[in-house]
Design a protein around this ligand. Structure first.
Ligand SMILES: C[S@@+](CC[C@H](N)C(=O)[O-])C[C@H]1O[C@@H](n2cnc3c(N)ncnc32)[C@H](O)[C@@H]1O
Length: 314
């Protein structure tokens, strides 16, 4: 039987989430769905717990936020049509596994410092087999971190690395907060920005990747999801962008040339099309806006390495 002790605190914290903070719960929703598949690409018990234990609070949140599969928790209106909602869950699974692999590979190459920017309900600290002495920082808004903290405390799960949470605004001087939490500047570091960049304006994204480059030592890696600016502006993601904006988490920017953009900030990027990545995992992404065989990608999964020959822009 489910242990619901502590669920009041979880609930109180959940109902404080607003705007873009709610999107973190949406991602947990998608990861919980993937975790229940027999052929799952990963298993995320914290996402499952968020869905199972936080059901009443989630119903409230999702009714405000209009996230996919809201009807399954008793919300009348689904935000996206079923095809888009299914496509979101399928894509979220592939994206999650891709970044699991990026971080695991970085650690296999000797990295012991990991920074997850906008961690949301990211449970990697708890579910990936980190090498001994790995220290992992999770940055996000205070309310989002508080919600997750209440959930993991209630569950009694322990991280599989040294985990430090850092409440920070990623549009302000987050580097200072990270340093104050013990981050070792100049060390081999793996950075992750998953599901973040489109919520920030271009200026803040430029600062984000430049700062990560400045703080990084040789061998460092930056993994990130990039959404196409033209697909948001007037392409196949325009309708999705409108729906997302309607619950207070507008997409504020995109990028049309991820490799060129990152090169300007001192990172040499490998840019992967999620459809190809999915095939590598034995999956097909169907129904995603702009997903036809000849369509331009609307999103990319990117792994970049710190390049000492590329000089970051000031
Ligand atoms: C779509 S969620 C992604 C969360 C997580 N990376 C994942 O993939 O599950 C977006 C996250 O960005 C965070 N976020 C957005 N703007 C932020 C800001 N200015 N400072 C800190 N966090 C921010 C939100 O709180 C939320 O957790």
């Amino acid at each position: 039987m489910a242990d619901n002790s502590g669920s009041d605190e979880v609930g109180q914290n959940a109902t404080r989430l607003r705007g873009v903070g709610v999107t973190a719960v949406g991602m947990a929703w998608a990861r919980a769905a993937e975790s229940q598949r027999p052929d799952r690409l990963f298993d995320d018990p914290i996402a499952v717990a968020i869905v199972e234990r936080g059901r009443p609070e989630l119903a409230t949140l999702l009714s405000q936020a209009e996230l996919p599969h809201a009807e399954e928790v008793g919300v009348e209106r689904a935000p996206f049509d079923e095809q888009t909602a299914t496509a979101f869950v399928e894509y979220a699974a592939v994206r999650t596994r891709y970044f699991d692999d990026c971080l695991s590979e970085a650690c296999a190459a000797g990295c012991r410092q990991v920074v997850i920017l906008a961690a949301g309900m990211d449970a990697r600290a708890f579910r990936l087999p980190w090498p001994a002495e790995t220290r992992l920082y999770e940055l996000d808004q205070p309310d989002v971190l508080a919600y997750k903290e209440a959930m993991v405390t209630t569950m009694g799960v322990l991280p599989r690395c040294e985990r430090r949470t850092v409440a920070a605004d990623l549009t302000a001087d987050w580097a200072a907060a990270l340093r104050a939490s013990g981050f070792q500047e100049g060390q081999h570091t793996a950075w992750l920005a998953e599901g973040l960049l489109s919520y920030l304006i271009t200026k803040d994204n430029n600062a984000l990747v430049s700062t990560a480059r400045r703080l990084s030592g040789p061998g460092s890696m930056l993994a990130l999801e990039v959404i196409s600016a033209s697909a948001i502006r007037n392409g196949p993601l325009a309708a999705t962008a409108e729906r997302i904006a309607s619950f207070g988490a507008p997409w504020r920017s995109g990028v049309d040339d991820p490799a060129g953009w990152l090169a300007g900030h001192g990172w040499r990027a490998r840019v992967d099309d999620p459809f190809d990545v999915a095939v590598g995992y034995g999956r097909q992404l169907t129904g995603w806006p702009g997903a036809g065989p000849t369509d331009e990608p609307t999103r990319w999964l990117v792994t970049a390495t710190r390049d000492s020959e590329l000089r970051p822009s000031p």
